[in-house]
Design a binder for this molecule. Sequence first.
Ligand code: 7PM
Length: 275
Amino acid sequence: MMQQIFKAESFAKPQVMGILNVTPDSFSDGGKFATFDKALAQVEQMINDGVDIIDIGGESTRPGAVEVSEADELTRVIPLLKAIKAKFTIKVSIDTSKAEVMTQAIAHGADIINDVRALQNEGCLAVLAQSNVPVCLMHMQGLPRSMQENPHYDEVIGDIKQFFIERIKVCVQAGIKRERLILDPGFGFGKTLEQNYQLLAQLHQFGDLGLPLLSGTSRKSMIGDLLARNVDERLAGSLTTAIIAAQQNASIIRVHDVKETVDALKVLAMTVKYQ
Ligand code: 7PM
């Protein structure tokens, strides 16, 4: 097993996706980048730090969160997407579950649609079928409001793999090419601490689906609860999870701390040729 994970040709350096949260209640940036100019400055900083993709999220999906209206999400996301595309040359991913937000995002040059609801909301499959944009299908058990109350799986890896197989089938039937899909087990979305770490340890098991994997653990409770650290004290834990995911062939690592993650992944990449 280890042999397979660490074989040099089995993984290239993953892409770093930098989180730009534009919701005022964003849990770890605390509304720091609430204004437009500050968001653009944050994008420029992430680009200088070596980011590959900027992920813009207009809807807070934090456990216990309430829903954001379509109008609010459009107002938060679309002008920012337009400004980033006008000012910089960088890939942008839009974190949304709403068909209308997806439509407008694609029309304004979004490079990836990142959907924590895996295109299960009304109209989403049809919107994506009419485009050629890659889409990240994330697994979530339950809904943000209550998903952490009592997560249950027969077998966490097997259950999530079944979910992916089903969503891949539905997407392909709707006219979304398989090659456009990215899979994400959804750390923290209806999983206990133990389940999150089992998923992280066994991420490579999703490799047989033959699609790129995205891993998003940055500053999450699985780190904070294990270490008893506040959100501003989770960097070491976050970097460790990024490396563990990268060693198992994750294609995209979604993070808050771009500079530090890029450094950590460069150190890892330097060892790959000797494995
Ligand atoms: C508050 C708490 C705000 C938690 C935001 C979050 C993922 C994602 C999020 C993920 C993909 C965060 C989460 N997490 N999209 N969006 N994968 N694909 O920690 O793990 O950023 S929101």
